[in-house]
Design a protein around this ligand. Structure first.
Ligand code: BG6
Ligand code: MG
Length: 214
């Protein structure tokens, strides 16, 4: 039976894809490194430093560790300038309804995100203090597809992984959920999940799914 649903943040609850894209693009352009939206799609669910390595695959020079740290910090500053403009209107269609519905039905809700900016984003969209647990890039050492972020969320909730379902928009996140021993639901076409829906807008589908799993 599903006792908790753990949501990825970026691309599931709020669309930050464009903010990540613009911030990486600005940094890459300044460095003369080719970057496009197709490469940006590969960064979904991937930690900041691992994302930087992907961005630098097209670089013509080698960067030292300290230079990489500086690049990641520069990108993050551009990103923070953009996410401070987010508002509750940026919550993705259907997400709030799904979350409220779960709460009403006594099912715990948590965040399981690779992002270290999770607290800022949740505050901007008015969902800080809304979840039963928040596990994010600040309390993990291994990023998705490692299951750590989801296992920590389950631990915070005191619910067995088997009784949890994760919702993800990234292939790496689905793999992490499976490795955590949780049920997996994909949105936005992430591959390899137990269940799939296009977006959280179809609340009836979501509710039927929960009943079906129970
Ligand atoms: C994930 C995003 O949620 O967080 C990735 O899908 C991002 O694109 C990762 O790289 C890390 O984010 P941040 O905010 O810590 O740089
Ligand atoms: Mg995501």
């Amino acid at each position: 039976m599903i006792k908790a649903v753990i949501f990825d943040l970026d691309g599931v609850i709020v669309s930050t894809d464009d903010c990540h894209y613009c911030a990486w693009k600005k940094m890459a352009d300044e460095e003369g490194v080719y970057f496009d939206r197709k490469i940006n799609n590969r960064l979904r669910g991937v930690s900041r430093m691992a994302s930087l390595d992907i961005v630098l695959e097209r670089a013509e020079k080698e960067y030292s560790e300290s230079e990489k740290q500086a690049l990641a910090e520069r990108k993050n500053n551009y990103y923070k300038d953009l996410i401070c403009e987010l508002t509750p209107n940026d919550i993705l269609p259907g997400a709030l309804k799904v979350l409220e519905n779960l709460k009403e039905n006594g099912i715990k809700i948590a965040i399981g995100s690779s992002s270290k900016n999770t607290p800022i984003i949740l505050k901007q969209i008015g969902l800080d203090n809304f979840f039963d647990a928040v596990s994010d890039g600040n309390n993990i050492t291994h990023s998705k597809p490692n299951p750590e972020v989801f296992l920590k969320a389950a631990e915070m909730l005191k619910i067995a992984p088997l009784d949890c379902m994760i919702v993800e928009d990234a292939d790496a996140g689905i793999e992490a959920g499976k490795r955590a021993g949780m049920k997996t639901l994909s949105v936005q076409g992430a591959k390899g999940a137990d269940y799939e829906m296009h977006s959280l807008e179809d609340i009836d589908f979501f509710n039927r799914l929960l009943k079906q799993i129970a």
